[in-house]
Design a protein around this ligand. Structure first.
Ligand code: GLC
Length: 533
């Protein structure tokens, strides 16, 4: 496979949220030695690359997405030696390591910002976005912070506002400044030189702002109860044409090294999303495709979204799919435990690089967080709007031991109540568990080029059925998914539905012959190997 495709095309990415994966220091927060301890698990699971959410020094106002030193490791997570060991141990097992790169903003505790705010004449003043008040007083424009309130913070000492798209503890860098560009590209080189294989780039569509700082237009679809920053459309604060020049600079650094890549975090409609591939070889390798997170879980809606996405890709654009991450409700909570198995089958059989979120392979659910244990500033600043992200960041459930084998003491976020039944130790020996299903699907994808890198052909489905073919010169797989809770039948006019079931979501139909039609139970999906007739 790797002869014709890059590792990030044929492979599977697995996101680790380091605070919640494995604690070894005994402080209730995960760490790098914990990730090292679990590399065998990741290898056994069959994924190809591990993406670590930020591990750099941080005051943790936004749990690591507020960085105060890009070229070091936060002591909470370990040391640079631990990191180097993680990298070499991962590489020894054939696993790639991707880091989170957070270019839009630093922490307000970063020495750059401390200097920048120290005086208007400081050489780093222009490293951030400082503006005078509007002519009549007040903030320079109507931009809003994604975490609630305005995006401008008044600085008493120097009588100007600075911009922060997220918390006021996360001031936005000024990427129009060539010194900022060079300093941040050096950060990429620092980690590439250490051997890092790729980067997930945080809020990449945010990093360049309108040169004239025009007001954002009101959002006609805004209704009370929606996240408050949706009151305006982010027309002038995000997705500016100049962002592609900056991405081009990052890309040329990455391309100075062999086999490295970057995936961009981008929440935009498909027609805008695909522009982030850039002209050939100038954009991100993968702009994260979050459609399966945002769409209603309906067969027809997903079918047309896949079609539209496939049709929108530039010829050199490699697709990718995502079911969840540390900012989104768990897939098993969004679609239910039974449909989560169908979702797993979809993720691992669609054309394009799948990204898994730790614990989804166990069917982990959102964990209710008691008020006194809420950490996420997004929830604290906007209580009751459902913006909290703690529920999807709870500790990985390794075993039925106390604290789920995650830690020797009470973890920083509460564990799921059912962790004694839903954990790796229990599920790995259960032939019908979610974990067994994930392993089976991953194994099939790894062993079948038609699934990993083959073509995609839509098949018009009906009702709750979503069906498609994945093919290459030597093999053909038919995937039939029942996205509903009623039994249904898939039949086709010509003999597509002929073959043998390679895997079913319920893990009890393997080897069954299919001739012309297939009945699906509620919430069932099957992958049919058409060569095996
Ligand atoms: C991204 C991260 C999110 C963070 C935000 C600000 O969306 O995924 O966790 O809060 O950027 O850095």
């Amino acid at each position: 496979m790797s002869e014709t495709h890059e590792w990030w095309q044929s492979g599977i990415i697995y996101q680790v949220y380091p605070r919640s994966f494995q604690d070894t220091s005994g402080d209730g927060v995960g760490d790098l030695r914990g990730v090292i301890r679990r590399l065998d698990y990741l290898q056994w699971l069959g994924v190809d690359a591990v993406w670590l959410s930020p591990i750099n020094p941080s005051p943790m106002a936004d749990f690591g997405y507020d960085i105060s030193d890009y070229c070091a490791i936060d002591p909470l997570f370990g040391t640079m030696e631990d990191f180097d060991e993680l990298l070499s141990q991962a590489h020894r097992r054939g696993l790639k390591v991707m880091l989170d790169f957070v270019p839009n903003h630093t922490s307000d505790q970063h020495p750059w910002f401390r200097e920048s705010r120290s005086s208007r004449t400081n050489p780093k003043r222009d490293w951030y976005i400082w503006r005078d008040p509007a002519p009549g007083g007040g903030p320079p424009n109507n931009w809003l912070s994604n975490f609630g309130g305005g995006a401008w913070e008044w600085d008493e000492a120097t009588d100007q506002y600075y911009l922060h798209a997220f918390l006021k503890e996360q001031p936005d860098l000024n990427w129009r400044n060539p010194e900022v560009q060079q300093a941040m590209l050096d950060v990429l080189r620092f980690w590439l030189d250490r051997g890092v294989d790729g980067f997930r780039i945080d809020v990449i569509w945010h990093i360049v702002k309108d040169e004239e700082f025009r007001d954002n237009p009101p959002n006609p679809e805004y209704e009370p109860g929606m996240p408050p920053h949706h009151q305006v459309l982010a027309t002038y604060s995000t997705d500016r044409p100049e962002v592609h020049d900056i991405i081009g600079l990052m890309r040329s650094v990455i391309d100075d090294y062999d086999e490295r890549m970057m995936v961009g975090e981008i929440y935009l409609p498909v027609e805008r999303l695909v522009t982030y591939y850039g002209a050939h070889g100038t954009g991100v390798h993968l702009p994260f495709n979050f459609q399966l997170i945002n769409l209603p879980w309906k067969a027809r809606a997903i079918e047309s979204a896949i079609e539209n996405y496939e049709a929108s890709l530039p010829p050199y654009g490699w697709p990718n799919w995502v079911l969840g991450n540390h900012d989104q409700p768990r897939i098993a909570s969004r679609v239910g435990a039974r449909q989560a198995r169908v979702a797993a089958m979809m993720l691992l059989t669609l054309r394009g690089t799948p990204t898994m979120y730790y614990g989804d392979e166990l069917g982990m659910q959102n964990v209710p967080i008691p008020p006194n244990r809420i950490h996420d500033p997004s929830e604290i600043n906007n209580p009751g709007l459902g913006m909290g992200r703690d529920p999807e960041r709870t500790p990985m459930q390794w075993s039925a031991e106390e604290h789920a084998g995650f830690s020797k003491r009470e973890p920083w976020l509460p564990l799921a109540k059912n962790y004694r039944e839903a954990n790796v130790a229990v599920q790995r020996d259960d032939p019908q568990s979610m974990l067994t299903l994930y392993r089976r699907l991953i194994d099939l994808r790894r062993s079948q080029p038609a699934l990993a890198i083959g073509d995609y052909h839509a098949i018009q489905g009906e009702g709750d059925i979503l069906a498609y073919l994945r093919t290459d010169e030597s093999s053909h797989f038919l995937v039939v998914l029942n996205l509903g809770s009623q039994e249904c039948e898939f039949r086709s006019d010509y003999p597509i539905a002929r073959g043998r079931i390679a895997v079913s979501t319920h893990l009890d139909r393997q080897g069954e012959n299919v001739t012309g039609s297939v009945r699906l139970r509620p919430d069932e999906g099957v992958v049919i190997d058409r060569a095996e007739v």
